[in-house]
Design a protein. Sequence first.
Length: 193
Amino acid sequence: MLTAADLKEGMAIRIEGQIYKVLGAESKAGAAKLGGVVKTKLSSVGTGHIWEPHFRPQERIEEVELERRMMEYVFSSGDTCAFMNPETFEQLEVSKAVIGAAEIFLQSGMQLPVEFFGGEPLAVIFPEAVEMRVSETTAPAHAQQETAWKVAKLENGMSVQVPMFIGPGEIVRVEVKTGRYLERARAVRKRGA
């Protein structure tokens, strides 16, 4: 058991038999006799619904220990994504609801940690940023201001705003949470061509 004041993003807790992932927790100090409050943002593991309860800082909450295994993404089919354990080659289907909006960033062969509770997958942990190839955009313009942006379509079909100097075929880093362009990863050029 832990107190609400100890809650941190990424933890898993059980409230009234339901498992939740902590998406955020913020403590607010109270005045005088008021003891303060811990504002949380929780995601139900079973349904994906977001709940934003408030707790007293000293309120006891049951923490759930999760097992974490590295898994390799293989393919998507219907409402599930197939992952494989690279050591045992055992395959596992994970619901797209568990993966969430970040599913668009999955690439065949990508290895990601998957969190389990009681043998069931609860979450797929993505890095903060992924590298994606630009499949379509206008030709790069180097004389433009650095604050000018244009639309680029990535290999996964997603459209993002990129600086004018980015051209088709280049690899860019994109933030997983927001889908926002971060930087150029590396230029793809054929030498001697």
